[in-house]
Design a protein around this ligand. Structure first.
Ligand SMILES: Nc1ncnc2c1ncn2[C@@H]1O[C@H](COP(=O)(O)OP(=O)(O)OP(=O)(O)O)[C@@H](O)[C@H]1O
Ligand SMILES: [Mg+2]
Length: 359
């Protein structure tokens, strides 16, 4: 699967235009502030309905615009298809081959992985950033997880409400509490399995790409200690029950998947506190590469890969290595950079939000 073109309206500083892509490498270059990140953000937004830069979608719209849209054409198994996203009055509408669809159906039509300078925050910022990230990534290759997560959030809300209202002795609380235990255990189990699989790939990639003397591990840190994942249901049930008094005191649910975390360990030390900036970037890149493998395994298809500001991540030697890697895998790649680099790609120059295709 690969993108053949994009069209956008009122996205950041981009001037509305139709743009056709190469099925291999697309390289966008231009000076600071010309619209490079905005362009790949438009691609990401058109595929996922989300941004990697902001959680407030309004920010993506051109200043003072009330609505915006992205239209993406792609080829899948030799068939021309398209998806579109319309944002108007704070609401998003999704389309597939021009028919309106729900987000659940839109989600995952095209898989995409982005690699942007801010991704280093994944190591540095709060557990919720990491949870959101892994939830999204697991969902990309596991739709059951996505629906379970949605259900989990609803049940957690209800449980919290009953806790706050001190209705913990009612029959209805018992029903939701049981459901909370059941779905929490399922989520923890899926997270556990995913992390166990991805940590192996992560380590392999890191050693292959960056340093074959270092071990990189990703560890799942659930809110309760689970010695044997097969017993997650019973362990969680027991601990949750013993925590009830505490939950009543605070007025919310203090343990469960909503409190889980993930930790990167480089040579046994937590990356957050010990790794250099360059090492952190390499850790994240290895993770993104590992995700490609996870998606291919589940979907039998490589995702689209976006790299923002490649020069800020890698020196020229590593840039070549990274690009070679994608070429070998025959993946479609979108790269931005302030400088043109010497590779085999379709080049686009960006100036004041306008894309100039080079032939
Ligand atoms: N919502 C918006 N509407 C219009 N312009 C915006 C909006 N948000 C940001 N901009 C402006 O769009 C321009 C392009 O931003 P963008 O981040 O895409 O630049 P860039 O080419 O990636 O630059 P750099 O090389 O510095 O990363 C900037 O001048 C930015 O201030
Ligand atoms: Mg930028």
């Amino acid at each position: 699967m690969y993108l053949t073109g994009i069209n956008y309206l009122n996205i950041r500083n981009l001037i509305s235009a139709k743009c056709l892509f190469s099925k291999k490498i697309n390289f966008f270059y231009g000076k600071n502030g010309q619209g490079k990140t905005s362009l790949i953000e438009a691609i990401y937004f058109g595929i996922t309905g989300k941004s990697f830069r902001t959680s407030n979608i309004k920010n993506i719209l051109k200043y003072n615009a009330k609505s915006g849209a992205v239209f993406i054409q792609y080829t899948e198994k030799d068939m021309e298809k398209n998806i579109a996203l319309n944002y108007k009055n704070g609401k998003k509408e999704y389309f597939y081959n021009k028919n309106k669809i729900m987000y659940d159906e839109f989600f995952g039509k095209i898989n995409v992985i982005s690699f942007i300078p801010d991704d280093i925050n994944l190591i540095m910022s709060s557990p919720s950033t990491r949870r959101n990230f892994f939830d999204y990534e697991i969902s990309q290759s596991n739709f059951t997880y996505y629906s379970k997560l949605k259900e989990f959030n609803q049940i957690l809300k209800i449980r919290n409400k009953y806790i706050k209202e001190r209705k913990h002795k009612t029959d209805i609380f018992k029903i939701y509490n049981d459901k909370f235990i059941e779905i929490s255990s399922e989520i923890m189990e899926i997270r556990y399995e995913y992390i166990n699989k991805i940590t192996v790939l992560l380590n392999l990639n890191y050693r292959k790409l960056f340093n074959n003397k270092t071990e990189l591990y990703l560890k799942y840190i659930p809110s309760v200690e689970i010695v044997n994942i097969k017993e997650v249901h019973n362990i969680f049930q027991e601990i949750l029950n013993t925590q009830l008094e505490k939950d009543l005191y605070y007025g919310y649910t203090s343990i469960g998947p909503q409190k889980d975390d993930f930790m990167f360990l480089l040579s046994g030390l937590e990356s957050k506190n010990f790794s250099s900036e360059g090492e952190k970037r390499s850790v994240i890149f290895a993770l993104k590469i590992a995700e490609i493998d996870m998606i291919i395994k589940e979907k039998k298809e490589a995702p689209i890969f976006l790299i923002d500001d490649i020069i800020s991540f890698f020196d020229s030697e590593r840039q070549k290595k990274v690009i070679e890697y994608f070429k070998k895998r025959n993946m479609q790649l979108f790269i931005t950079s302030t400088e043109k680099i010497d590779i085999d790609a379709k080049f686009f120059k960006i100036e004041e939000g306008v894309l100039y295709e080079e032939y």
